[in-house]
Design a binder for this molecule. Structure first.
Ligand code: NIG
Ligand code: FE
Length: 393
């Protein structure tokens, strides 16, 4: 079994809470990776003995820099054709973001071959890894026919185990006057066909997309087929998305840009994570969600990229951390926790998002002495080395 000892770590974010520190921060630390898992975490003075016990372990000197768990990006839409740079440009002179743009990407995605989509996914995977993301979710939602949604789920499953069926992204143009028939399709033949490739079901519960009643029906049908619910809610305005997600026992409700006190109280009493996607507010010029209010109310918050061609065409989790700190009232420690352990909670994963014996050996070594630098030096490529399942990527 291959082994790697990372030693001389100036600041180690373990996310194993202790002494009131949710990040479980250690200084002068070392971590031993064995095979695909973490075998040992401790003080660097004990590291030589650990290395000696594993003959042939590669020794990596972190030179006093910071190490943290690989980022867990719990919300992306990475299987699509084309892009929408023209819409982004139009917003710079005042055009608003509207959910209807999704239909343009649907047309481009239907026209793309498997090989084109696969090549793009490979490019995005490399892009994610280079920025420290070691676990990521991918949604369907740009096919919206039985055949295309199945194709997108199958392609997504080639690069991640966290695939989400989002047939309920928007009502496609050809069903514009027959939306009930489209919901029948999503909850019937489309669900049956996609189900073998997916773990989750999602619905865009928003004006211009699906109503609360339609959303409930879709999540219920998914659950009856063994898919776990998550929801896009309260992105473009106030609405029932958050309460619907909580009532459905969703792992996560994502966006949460427009919340009232009742939404926050419902989240605080639930197991549902509030996943905030600041790349969307950056790109669409909407107000940022109030993370401080959520955290102070006791809600579990995750950060994710929402990487997609319409509302947030970035896969950078370091950028999400920087935006959360600068624009959303989060401390650097809270933002890094939300981008790692928070993402793991949003995906109901207990094997990623922390550095502890038995966890997957997914880690990031920064070219910086503290995690604060992720927000303090925005836009600088601070991710130096990334390990996924114990191997460098
Ligand atoms: O999460 N809100 C719905 N879906 C995406 C946007 C998709 C698009 O504009 O293409 C989102 O923001
Ligand atoms: Fe999304």
């Amino acid at each position: 079994m291959t082994a790697t000892l990372i030693t001389n770590i100036g600041e180690l974010t373990t996310n194993v809470a202790r002494d009131g520190d949710p990040c479980g921060t250690m200084h002068g630390a070392a971590v031993l990776l064995e095979g695909s898992r973490i075998a040992w975490v401790g003080g660097m003075t004990d590291a030589p003995a650990q290395a000696a016990a594993r003959s042939g372990a590669e020794i990596v000197d972190a030179h006093g820099e910071a190490v943290l768990p690989g980022f867990v990006d719990s919300h992306t839409h990475l299987v699509f054709g084309g892009d929408r740079a023209d819409e982004f440009e139009a917003r710079t002179t005042g055009a608003p973001y509207a959910a209807g743009g999704i239909r343009r990407t649907v047309a481009a995605t239907r026209a793309a071959s498997d090989e084109e989509l696969r090549a793009r996914l490979a490019g995005f995977t490399a892009e994610l890894h280079a920025q420290g993301t070691t676990t990521f979710e991918i949604k369907t939602g740009y096919g919206l026919t039985v055949e295309d949604e199945t194709r997108l789920a199958r392609l997504a499953a080639e690069v991640t185990s966290e695939v989400t069926f989002l047939g309920a992204h928007v009502v496609p143009a050809e069903y514009a006057d027959r939306r009930e028939e489209y919901v029948d399709l999503v909850t019937g033949p489309m669900l049956e066909a996609v189900r073998p490739h997916a773990r989750w079901i999602d619905v865009f519960c928003e004006r211009g997309a699906f109503t609360p009643d339609e959303s409930r029906r879709i999540l219920t049908a998914g659950a009856a087929h063994g898919l776990l619910p998550r929801v896009h809610g309260n992105q473009l305005g106030p609405g029932e998305g958050v309460r619907l997600a909580v009532a459905a026992g969703a792992a996560s409700v994502d966006h949460c840009t427009y919340l009232d006190d009742a939404d926050i109280a419902a989240l605080a009493e639930s197991e549902t994570v509030a996943t905030l996607l600041p790349g969307v507010e950056f790109s669409t010029r909407q107000p940022y969600p109030d993370a401080r209010r959520l955290i102070d109310a006791g809600v579990t918050v995750a950060l994710a990229s929402d990487c997609n061609p319409g509302s947030s065409f970035t896969s950078s989790m370091p950028l999400m951390v920087a935006l959360a700190v600068r624009e959303m009232g989060m401390t650097p420690a809270e933002a890094v926790w939300a981008a790692t352990a928070g993402g793991a909670r949003a995906l109901r994963r207990d094997d990623v998002g922390a550095i502890a014996p038995g966890m997957r050996a997914d880690l990031v070594l920064l070219a910086a002495p503290t995690r604060v630098h992720l927000a303090y030096r925005p836009g600088v490529p601070l991710v130096r080395t990334v390990w996924k399942d114990g191997a460098r990527v």
